[in-house]
Design a protein around this ligand. Structure first.
Ligand SMILES: Nc1ncnc2c1ncn2[C@@H]1O[C@H](COP(=O)(O)OP(=O)(O)OP(=O)(O)O)[C@@H](O)[C@H]1O
Ligand SMILES: [Mg+2]
Length: 322
């Protein structure tokens, strides 16, 4: 299947099942989305909903049990090891913890230049030049070159991680809770930096977050995940102004809009859920005020409703909108 016009990556009907001593977890249950060039898709959903698993399969770090993953028109499932390695130049990742994702024994110069070395780009001198440029692009200075991660603040470490991700000039960056560990004021600075860099470098982001205020600030499109499924997907305004899925409205209640500094996290209660269960009917029904009383929610397989070009949902009894 060809990559859709304007899309730089897509997952089609992807499932990922983990089998363990405690049972089977459907971490991804037939999910599909695409990343549009130069845009940000935010993946939101409570802990355990499958966000990181989706990122890992997209990055080629994990294989799905079924479904198709394409990055820049290449089917990941058909690539040989070396082809996949080369494709990783185009899709980089920044993770949550600013400290643990950086090798504490290495200098900033070594950390940021490591992807250049891995792809055999330039010589020592030109790499140093590039690292200095990258540091400046993320608001750090030449004087940071010789620092070690423990000599930097959390925000500075995250800037280093962003510089490293940008080193090989990728087209796509996956940001997995990349600002979650930062203080509120630092978070706003890093978000603004990410937006700036996106525009100057024409980057496409997959932006994973628990924080709906941040999703509102960053995203062009939002996919809401619940127990391995995308239960609603749409442009930012579709999701924030006209949500149709009951889970989405639950998440949105009391979100301070357009504020990257005011946090709305998915509640503790939401985070202690059982693992996703294989079942074609609605897996949200036990928490849904509407679904609890309806037989079809229990027994009829769900199908995606495409409400408009941009907006779709997975619900038998969506919220009515005029
Ligand atoms: N390697 C693995 N082995 C077994 N189960 C796994 C593995 N990776 C993820 N899971 C399970 O898959 C489900 C989805 O996990 P995932 O890490 O993708 O969620 P998440 O949405 O990123 O959560 P969080 O917000 O806490 O980061 C969870 O139930 C998790 O326990
Ligand atoms: Mg995660």
């Amino acid at each position: 299947m060809a990559t859709q016009t304007g899309s730089v990556a897509n997952l089609s009907a992807v499932s990922r099942i983990f089998k363990g001593k405690t049972g089977t977890v459907h971490a991804l249950d037939n999910i599909s989305f695409d990343l549009k060039a130069g845009k940000t898709l935010a993946l939101v959903g409570e802990s355990g909903s499958g966000k990181t698993t989706a990122a890992r399969v997209l990055l080629g770090l994990d294989q799905p049990n079924s479904g198709l993953i394409e990055v820049l028109g290449r089917n990941l499932g058909s690539l040989k090891y070396e082809e996949l390695r080369l494709l990783r130049r185009e899709i980089q990742v920044v993770q949550q913890d600013p400290f643990s994702q950086l090798n504490r024994r290495h200098s900033v110069e070594r950390i940021v230049s490591s992807p250049l070395l891995a792809f055999d780009i330039g010589d020592k001198e030109s790499r140093r030049e590039q690292v200095i440029e990258l540091l400046q692009a993320v608001g750090l200075e030449k004087e940071h070159l010789n620092r070690r991660p423990h000599e930097l603040s959390g925000g500075q470490c995250q800037r280093v991680a962003i510089a490293r991700a940008l080193a090989v000039n990728p087209k796509i960056v996956v940001l997995d809770e990349a600002v979650s560990a930062l203080d509120v004021s630092v978070r706003a600075q890093v978000l603004n930096l990410l937006r700036e860099i996106q525009i100057t470098r024409g980057l496409t982001y997959l932006f994973i977050t628990h924080d709906l205020g941040v999703a509102h600030y960053m995203a062009d499109e939002i996919a809401v995940m619940f127990r391995g499924r995308i239960v609603e997907r749409g442009d930012r305004d579709d999701i924030f102004k006209k949500p149709r899925h009951h889970y989405t409205t639950g998440l949105l209640s009391s979100v301070p809009l357009a504020s990257p500094t005011a946090e709305k996290r998915i509640s503790e209660q939401d985070q202690s859920l059982p693992s996703p269960v294989a079942d074609d009917s609605c897996n949200y029904r036990s928490r849904c005020a509407v679904g609890l009383g309806r037989d079809d929610c229990k027994s009829v397989p769900l199908q995606i409703t495409q409400g408009s070009d941009t907006h779709s949902w997975l619900c038998h009894s969506p919220i009515e909108r005029s």
